[in-house]
Design a protein around this ligand. Sequence first.
Ligand SMILES: Cc1cc2nc3c(=O)[nH]c(=O)nc-3n(C[C@H](O)[C@H](O)[C@H](O)COP(=O)(O)OP(=O)(O)OC[C@H]3O[C@@H](n4cnc5c(N)ncnc54)[C@H](O)[C@@H]3O)c2cc1C
Length: 591
Amino acid sequence: MAETYHDTDVLVMGGGGAGFRAAIEAAHSGVHVTLVSKGPLARSGASPMAGADFTLDGTSMNELGREGDVNDSKEKVFNDIVTQGWYLNNQKLVGQYVDTAKSQLADLMEWGIDITLSDQRAIFTSGTGIMDVLLKKARAVGVELLEDVSILELMKTDGRIAGALGLDVRTGEFIRFRAGAVVIASGGWHKAFWPNTGMRDLSGDGIAAAFRAGADIGNMEFITFCCNVFYAPPIWRGSLAPYILSLVCGGRMSDRNGDDLLSGFDPVLQQKGVLTEWNKSFLSYVSTLAAREGRALENGGIHYSRGDVDWGFMQMVGGVIFPNWKYKAIDFSTWAEKLEKNEPVEVGPAVEYFDGGIVVGDRFETTVPGLYAAGEAALGAFGANRVFSAVTEMLVQGRDAGRFSAEFAKAKKAPEPKRDAFREAEERACAPLSCTGGENPPAVRRNIQEAAHRRLGPIRSEGELTAFIGMLEDVQKNVLSNLSVSYTGRTYNKEWFDALELRNIVELLLVSAKSARLRTESRGVHFREDFPHTDNDAWLCETIVSRGEDAIAFSSRPVTVPHMTPPRGKTPYLEMMKTLMEAHSDTGGKH
Ligand SMILES: Cc1cc2nc3c(=O)[nH]c(=O)nc-3n(C[C@H](O)[C@H](O)[C@H](O)COP(=O)(O)OP(=O)(O)OC[C@H]3O[C@@H](n4cnc5c(N)ncnc54)[C@H](O)[C@@H]3O)c2cc1C
């Protein structure tokens, strides 16, 4: 196989919003930028799937000519993000979000973003709309775009990033990149779970590669599950349509016996936990609780129906959000008929967003010189629970990561990557193609995904986490080196890609499950059945995971709270959730 070297100043891994925004900004700084996307450009990852709400303070919205709440302020947004994050937020990143969201929205507006409507502190557009604008801009500023290329491994020389190994998914050829700086913007690891709401290309490759290269990762136990996601019929599985409708209109959630799921819960939880974006953590918890009590339906979900919501109102809302009852190219007209007749559909929680990720500093630099991270791949601004906009986060972080990575690449001459390291990584990647009689990668993946949903879902316990960790350690030790594929060609070989991704999925699940087992409290999207209190005395800290020479080390890093100080002591989980919901500023809207 011929050796192909590809030279660039800044290599961006990921073709979602964070990656494109980073690439545009780096190119503005006058360096050569190459953006590599495993999936189709601007049509892969979570970004095109987003609704999408760009959320910022209403006053800034007004200053940009959009209608927002003029009494809203950056301070109120800051307060709301930190209380929604159960005080576990990196407050410097929250500050970066709050301070730069307005200029980011101004950029989008200048580049021609189509805004459908606004509320008190959010403008609504579409994920595909954002991506189309970014793609056009990236082309205009001369970003080199490589589609269907997967980065497998990062290369280091003398402790500093020197390049990366890529695989052309269509041809199966390796591409050796030499780069002065790398930005990881490869999103989350939705593919580790089933069901999920994400695209099939999100297997945590960037987080795992950064971790292998020595970057710290953190808060991996915090995984946001979206509630009321379709579980059945199979063709609708994973769609967010019922989540969106229930967020706007409400409706009835019930168990297999027809009993109301919410009766008995505090009225504040019932109200804010359904009609605001707190619904993700609250309803996912409630649905999982029902399943654990044996009250789930055939596929493990619950019933969602119109209940006492007026059909005329729901039809009107549905008509606005889902024109002709179509959403993301799926036809939901038969669901509309069920809604009208007040017949239920099966829904449930599905993994949507990863609150943890690669640890970054103020310049979005990681603990490895020359390596940067942004968007969902990074340990972001939202702490233990995301209610605010991940779309805004990916853009404001992408922009700064692009700027600082370009500065780094300009200031420091790139070292030469080691040829042996490339060769070893290539040989490791090719192993499943020559292994015979081993295990089938898609079958192994499916087993792991289902176990992850059960064991590492919104409700966890020591026993289940320990069993899951045992399963994953066994896979890591005995299965990963024994994966074989039925077709051994290299051209678009999906079984082979599954094998390559499994290594990352298993590693991240292990770190996540171990972090969840360590955190003996309940906070945000992490509920421990055996430790049902939020413990602000012992656990106001991030879980940081570092890779040593021989072993992985877990440590805790106290959260920095320069602006807001949380209450001390231990509080029952739902009581704390209610307190935090009520701590919301007086600005209305869903966030
Ligand atoms: C269904 C859904 C709906 C959502 N709706 C909203 C919403 O309405 N509002 C909101 O604020 N947030 C929403 N979110 C969250 C938000 O969309 C994401 O957090 C955000 O888009 C992440 O952007 P990103 O650029 O970091 O990653 P992504 O958009 O996920 O992009 C990752 C990119 O990396 C590429 N990649 C992955 N691995 C590799 C590799 N090995 N080599 C090269 N490239 C690689 C992928 O192909 C993809 O191009 C939603 C999420 C989902 C799943």
